[in-house]
Every structure is written in C-alpha cells, then in structure tokens.
Design a protein around this ligand. Sequence first.
Ligand code: PAF
Length: 288
Amino acid sequence: MPSKSKTRRPRLAHTLPALHRAIAELRRRNASLALVPTMGALHDGHLSLVRLAKRRANKVVVSIFVNPAQFAAHEDLSSYPRTWKEDVAKLTAEGVDLIWNPAAGIMYPDGFATRLAPEGPASAGLEDRIRPHFFGGVATVVCKLFTQTRPDFAIFGEKDYQQLKVVTQMSRDLDLRVKVVGAPVKRERDGLAMSSRNVYLSAEHRAAAPVLFRTLKECATRLRAGDAVADVMRDGGQEVTNAGFALDYLDARHAETLAPVTSPKDGPLRLLIAAKIGSTRLIDNIKV
Ligand code: PAF
C-alpha cells in the first residue's frame, strides 16, 4: 500500500503570490529544493526526473507550462498534448510537493519585452539550425522558472541533450546559483526514447521509430572501433532514411561543447540525431 505522504496531493500554485507563499513554506527549516521543469503530458521519462529530484533535495517542485515562446508559428503549440488531470495524479503518486502551473499571461504579461539570446551550445548547428526560435524561448522561460522558484537543483533529461547544455551554460553565465543536473534518457522496451510527442506516431511509424536508437548504437560501436566519423555518419544517415525518416541531422559532437569532431580522439563524444517520420519529429542521442 502506498505510504500516506505518497498519496498527498501536491500543493498547486497558479499565481506568483501563491507560488512564493508555497516556496517559503517548503523552504522552512532550510529544506533544499529541486525543480523539474516540464510542459506536462507526463510519461515515465518525466517521472524518472522527479525521482532523481527527490534523491537530490528534500522538496520537489514540478512546473507544468507549455511555453509558447519556444514554438515557431508552424509548430504544434495548439495541438501539444495536454493531460492535466493525469499529470496531477502521476505527480501525487510520486510524492511531489508543489506543482507550478502558470497561465501564459502570468509568464508573459502584456508588455513583456525581454528574450534571452543564448549562444555557445545554443548555436552548435543542431536543433538551432532546424528550430532557430527554440533555444531563445527555452532559455527565457527556464530563466524565469529559476528566478520564480529559486531551486538549488534543476533536473533536465539528457534526451534533449543540446537543451541540457544550453540551460547549464545559462545558469552559470547568469549566476543563477541553480545546479543543473542531467538525467539519463528513459526508453521504451524497443529502445525508442520516451517523449510526449510519441503519441503523435501512427502504428506504422511507431514500428519504424526504434531505428533511431539502433542506428545510434551501431554508429557508436563503429566509432569506438576507430571507423572514420564521416563514413559512420553517412551509413547511419542512410539506414534512418531507408526506414522512412527524413533526416535533419546525425552528428558526432564533443559531449561538453557540442563542437564538431573529425575523430573519436577529439572526444568525449556524443552522437545526436533528429529525424521526421510523417509529421512527427523525433530526437535522440547517446554517449560514445
Ligand atoms: O523540455 C521541456 O519540456 C521544455 O523545453 C522545458 C525545459 C520545460 C522548457 O519549456
């Protein structure tokens, strides 16, 4: 039977005064605080972030906010999955202390006119090349989430590897005093990385999707064996294209700076992939 504390509904905050009151209460007796920023539509990948947050800190806040600033006009903001009731039930079962769920008008009130322009890992030529809007919107909202909740730790999934590097750099550069912690990618049994967007996949596309992780693993094995980066990337890209995907990129990068590499000796390396099948875009990455 779940313990009592596990079934207590988290406190909900929808306004800034309510958030600040709740955070002040959580911080009593010097409790440490971890934030898990999300856009909702929670799956086991998110819950693994919450579990890591609980190991890092005494109290855990999860934000649920579908951030308009990181979607371009042609992207899926209006159709992005929203599953509020289920999300609250999952976070209740995990024993989360507080859910921060502002409306867009609270995050971006009339007259809002500031947007961060991250560089460094945000201009590595990966996601930023395909989604030029994305990291400015992510950095702006994450900076606001950090200053609103003032956590000691913030947990981000390694699945969005470039995002993890961007927010780590931002927290450091802006002296936000939040330790950004990366959590391993959580996968389905067939290797597909968990993502809120997987619900968009048709049965046929879902069956094809594990090719991304399979290809990453094969490429990593070849790189470790000393094959040339360019050859490995070419063959990997072909495999993904043959499975019906339109490839945005498959690239080996320096794991910390995301700088391009020509040889495994330039490492530590990270292999990153993004590809579209039907109208669903998937991303994934692994350590080499
Ligand atoms: O990874 C996400 O879900 C979002 O990009 C984030 C970090 C919550 C910012 O909106």
